[in-house]
Write a protein that binds this ligand. Sequence first.
Ligand SMILES: C[S@@+](CC[C@H](N)C(=O)[O-])C[C@H]1O[C@@H](n2cnc3c(N)ncnc32)[C@H](O)[C@@H]1O
Length: 296
Amino acid sequence: MMSLLLDEIALAALRLADAGVQSPRADAELIAASVHNVRRGELHTVPDSDFDGRFWADIARRAAREPLQHITGRAHFRYLALDVGPGVFVPRPETEVMTGWAIDKLREMDVAAPVVTDLGTGSGAIALAIAQEVPRARVHAVEADPLARAWAERNITTCVESVPYTAGRVMLHAGDFCDALGELDGTVDLVISNPPYIPVGAYVEPEVGEYDPPAALWSGTDGLNAIRTVERTARRLLRPEGLVAVEHGAPQGAAVYWVFPEESGWRDTRNHKDLAGRDRFVTAAWARPLEAGEGA
Ligand SMILES: C[S@@+](CC[C@H](N)C(=O)[O-])C[C@H]1O[C@@H](n2cnc3c(N)ncnc32)[C@H](O)[C@@H]1O
């Protein structure tokens, strides 16, 4: 069935494609749904008389390569709808896969109330998803950037309103994950992080370079500085047999594997792929460093 809105969406998709947007039809539909306050599958039900001119204003923003999630104000992450906007990193589908791995491992753990740390929490996406999906877990979320932290606080409040059993189970901490949470040293069951990992100077799409905060993106010439810091922090925080999961860039799989070597006390270090089949996160279990002569 044709309607004015469906005609406008078709035109908008062409405009977004011309602007280099990677998923023009989907973005046009999602913007239309947001403007008209309906689900994407209900767009055909909007009467021609209800067509809202804000649709074209938002399409112009997307054509200028503003992220879709900044325009709609929402990012979907696993079972959550998070508030996002200027000053916070937009959560990505790749991170949902790593978070799913952590959730499965936490459910398998024979621990009454597992303690988790999310290093560099941004919007709070990973921490809140774990609190929602593992109701026994207590999650300490660390964030250095005050703007990002304000978004995390807002999402924690909203999440507690809609998922009351998450109340009091996500603790937000201001600070650098390099030396954060000393009071938890040696007691944490799982450390998870999606740290900045893009090599300085690498090309990124305009939606990323102009809108995601620089502190969420860049990490030294090889992109591994923050991941090395997360490794040192995980060594300090984890209890024996505790687990770590760290996201990284697709070309960094081999290099990141060696950030978690047996000599430093790690075992079962493994690379994992994202939904597109690219190397995306590394996991390892904390044992202890080898003593001199051991393992020879
Ligand atoms: C790539 S974003 C990930 C945000 C969120 N975890 C997610 O997956 O959507 C990385 C986050 O780590 C924060 N960050 C970077 N370096 C940090 C540090 N040394 N200590 C604490 N937070 C840091 C950034 O401000 C940013 O919010």
